[in-house]
Design a protein around this ligand. Structure first.
Ligand code: UDP
Length: 313
């Protein structure tokens, strides 16, 4: 297939683009490099430096895999307009260009942030969506737009709601600036680049008082996109959670990082980070049953080991 991968110079987009090239697809990456890296575009993919707000003529493409987005929760609280115009406005422009060119298939990078503070875990796709920050709200708005476009125009759409993505694939790893995610920051302490890791909150209603998250390996997550692409049906918008269904506390994550790296990793107790739900764990039963998705790296040890390998010189 001829595929457009928006945001394919970012962490997840680059891994998906690499897997699509390996699977024999013709891949074009569209990325404005606002947060991505040109050297993360995999060999074999064509790179177009540009924005989803003006994607150009998409005639000839069979489908779009849409990752390009602003994704830092704290920044979204400070600059909501920037997030609404980038994430929702940008996606509407992309959908318009797709319609104009007769491109009828999209796989969208959604997020567990659409659920906000859950009433229960594991979270099902049918559970209430009450995002607790503008980032989650913009992603939910895109999900809603996709449902409408599927019903109105026959668009074939799949949204994948990611829980916590980590690990690396063929050297493609997290390279955010600033890095806000737990695992890359903990590993930076192991590398000696930071003195300690701050643990945000130790008084949550969890077994050890720190937040619990569901980690999924980026290679497993990426494979789900290839399955989703095949499962797209005209006029239908399907939504799937993507996680392992197991939670690890922030303290447990640090322990696994100590085990994997064999290094000391000092921690510092810090105040809670605003907007962090205590526990986020996915039910990924739906995608397992309907698309046959099965993670190959389901242990946190494997996930961290791959992230660590990719960081080592
Ligand atoms: N976290 C932390 N210290 C850090 C970064 C993150 O304690 O330097 C915590 C964060 O408060 C949350 C968990 O680690 O409880 C996962 O955060 P991350 O930003 O990796 O992902 P999120 O769940 O926000 O998508």
């Amino acid at each position: 297939m001829k595929l457009l991968v928006t945001g394919g110079a970012g962490y997840i987009g680059s891994v998906v683009a690499a897997q699509l090239v390996e699977a024999g697809h013709r891949v074009t990456v569209l990325d404005d490099l606002s947060t991505g890296h040109a050297d993360a575009v995999p060999p074999g993919a064509t790179f177009v430096h540009g924005s989803i707000t003006d994607p150009g003529d998409l005639t000839g493409y069979d489908a779009v895999l849409h990752f390009a987005a602003k994704s830092v929760v704290g920044e979204s609280v400070e600059r909501p307009g920037y997030y609404w115009s980038g994430n929702l406005g940008g996606t509407l422009a992309l959908l318009d260009a797709m319609r104009g060119a007769g491109v009828g298939r999209i796989v969208f990078s959604s997020t567990a942030a659409v659920y906000g503070e859950p009433e229960r875990v594991p979270i099902l796709e049918t559970d209430p969506t009450r995002p607790s920050n503008p980032y989650g709200a913009t992603k939910l708005a895109v999900d809603t737009a996709l449902t409408t476009f599927a019903a109105l125009y026959g668009l074939a759409a799949v949204s994948l709601r990611y829980f916590n993505v980590a690990g690396a694939y063929r050297g493609y790893r997290e390279r955010h600036a600033p890095e806000t995610h737990l695992i890359p920051n903990v590993l930076r302490v192991a590398l000696g680049e930071r003195e300690s890791i701050s643990i945000f909150g130790d008084d949550y209603p969890t077994p050890d008082g720190t937040c619990v998250r569901d980690y999924v390996h980026v290679a497993d997550l990426a494979r789900a996109h290839l399955l989703a692409l095949r499962a797209c049906e005209p006029g239908v918008h399907r939504i799937f959670n993507l996680g392992n269904g197991t939670g690890f506390s922030n303290k447990e994550v640090v322990d696994v990082c100590r085990e994997v790296t064999g290094r000391e990793i000092p921690t510092v107790a810090a105040p809670r980070r605003p907007g962090d739900p205590a526990v986020l764990v996915a039910s990924a039963e739906l995608i397992r049953q309907e698309l046959g998705w099965k993670p190959e790296h389901a242990t946190l040890h494997d996930i961290v080991a791959d992230a660590w390998q990719a960081l080592l010189p």
